[in-house]
Design a protein around this ligand. Structure first.
Ligand code: ZN
Length: 87
């Protein structure tokens, strides 16, 4: 199985995730998604589209003190992540 350095839902690096990854239904770590996006085998924002996730992440990054233009650059990669590829 392919391993990723970033969450395949929001793009956050796993190194920045306090839990180092989300959790699958069986309690194992997810190698695809971070702990903010994926808990116990389910997405925390199941109804999000890639566009909504982009807007959500930009807001979150700004809350954490990122300049808006950097947050937007970072968020442009979100629609190419695994979760959104087939949508
Ligand atoms: Zn995530």
């Amino acid at each position: 199985m392919k391993t990723y350095k970033n969450c395949q839902s929001c793009g956050m690096p796993f190194s920045k995730d306090p839990e180092k990854g989300g959790t699958n239904k069986d309690g194992t770590k997810s190698s695809l998604y971070c702990s903010y996006c994926y808990v116990n085998g389910a997405f925390t924002q199941p109804d999000f589209s890639a566009t909504e996730m982009k807007a959500f992440c930009i807001e979150k990054m700004k809350e954490q003190g990122f300049p808006g233009f950097l947050a937007r650059i970072f968020a442009t990669g979100i629609p190419r992540l695994e979760r959104w590829k087939n949508k």
